[in-house]
Design a protein around this ligand. Structure first.
Ligand code: BGC
Ligand code: MN
Length: 401
């Protein structure tokens, strides 16, 4: 090789290095606070895998046009999804509306705008930090009477939307919320229940002085319902929006009946749906953790979330109960006269006969079956006025034995 060629190669190499360094620098100084822009660098159609602390994507599941793509996919009957309930379904980033949410704690330290004064040409802005919210103290029995008449989702969205932030989020205006609660609802085929749930749960929660957001995680067709996997997905997706300190996993057919039932997370995981009318307001058994349950982010991470192995009805909550015991956590409960719920009527689900077998094996699989093994695809996302909707396709399947 001539010396001229070597010099040219050296120049080329130097150029490539400089370009790489420039790219790194741009990335380093990029404004990460704008979540939507950083999200747009990722493709929505990716299979997510949780690796302990950060989310990284593995595998590239085709193009970004998820809706048109889904129409060709027989496994995914979009007609059954909430997508059709709105005029336009978008593939937009889940964070499109996130800028006006309680994204960063420091955003909550907003000033009291009413104190802004205009002084001639000079504007003096006096800021007064808001006080911390106090948990409501309700001494006497305070029944919450749900309205269980069916109304269309559009009407519910129109009625409640103005009281909420887009995506079904809420935070008190006059104080800084102490509790930031993600309400995660695993969902499929229960549209009537969903609208009744939303019309009641917002009314119930808005008076609790908490910041919250409702996440509806709908499973696409094709595989048996996997409630636990959907809750894992809800956790991971919610964590992309905000570092919630409390997660409440909530069946869509359960409505609280007492205002003293505060939706926050204590030091131990809390089983909330203690007394359900369907079970004559009695706890069916001591270790039950189904229906509605609350866990801190730390609790959930400690136990590696739920097992993903429970396809079909039953057992996944008992598995979580075992995980908690294994981690020396104990199930706390409100008294039976507070933790009261009504269950909306539905056909009895066929129980998964494999659930006992799964439960026996479950205890050995905690470390490799859960948040760190879930694989899914967010097929579609939409921010509705009263909830954030994720249409999730599971990329894991039932183990054949
Ligand atoms: C199931 C649980 C369920 C409970 C109450 C148990 O047999 O394993 O998943 O929560 O019954 O319905
Ligand atoms: Mn039920």
């Amino acid at each position: 090789m001539t010396s001229k060629k070597i010099t040219l190669l050296r120049y080329l190499f130097a150029c490539v290095c400089m370009l790489l360094a420039l790219n790194l620098l741009i990335d380093y100084f990029a404004d990460k606070s704008d979540v939507s822009s950083s999200f747009s660098r990722l493709s929505l159609r990716k299979v997510y895998r949780y690796n302990g602390t950060v989310l990284s994507s593995t595998g590239n599941a085709s193009s970004s046009g998820s809706i048109s793509h889904s129409n060709n996919n027989t496994n995914n009957n979009i007609n059954n999804s909430l997508a059709l309930n709105s005029a336009s379904t978008t593939n937009v980033s889940p964070f499109a509306n996130s800028s006006n949410l309680q994204q960063q704690p420091q955003l909550e330290l907003h000033s009291n705008n009413s104190l802004n004064q205009v002084n001639g040409s000079k504007e003096t802005i006096t800021t007064e930090p808001l006080p911390l919210c106090q948990d409501p103290v309700i001494e006497e029995s305070s029944p919450f009477v749900p309205n269980i008449t069916l109304e269309s989702l559009d009407v519910i969205n129109d009625q409640l939307g103005p009281l909420l932030e887009p995506g079904g989020a809420f935070k008190p205006k006059d104080c800084i919320a102490r509790h930031h609660v993600a309400i995660v609802v695993p969902f499929r085929d229960r549209y009537a229940h969903l609208s009744i749930f939303l019309r009641n749960i917002h009314k119930f929660l808005m008076q609790q002085r908490i910041a919250y957001r409702i996440f509806i995680i709908e499973q696409t067709n094709g595989k048996p319902f996997n409630r636990a996997a959907l809750m894992n997905i809800g956790f991971l997706e919610a964590m992309k929006l905000y570092k919630w300190d409390c997660f409440i996993f909530h069946d869509v057919d359960l409505l609280p009946l007492d205002n003293r039932n505060l939706y926050n997370c204590p030091r131990q995981p809390r089983h909330m749906s203690v007394a359900i009318d369907k079970f004559n307001y009695k706890l069916p058994y001591r270790t039950i953790f189904g229906g509605v349950s609350a866990m801190t982010r730390e609790h959930f991470l400690t136990v590696n979330g739920f097992s993903n192995s429970y396809f079909g009805w039953g057992g996944e909550d008992d598995d979580m109960s075992n995980r908690l015991r294994n981690a020396n956590l104990f199930i706390a409960r409100y008294p039976i006269n507070i933790a009261r719920y009504t269950m909306l009527k539905h056909q009895k689900e066929k129980a998964n006969p494999k659930r006992y077998e799964n439960l026996v094996n479950g205890i050995n699989k905690i470390g490799n079956d859960g948040l760190n093994s879930i694989k899914y695809d967010i097929y579609s996302y939409k921010s509705y006025p009263t909830f954030s909707w994720y249409y999730a396709e599971l990329k894991i399947s039932e183990q054949k034995s």
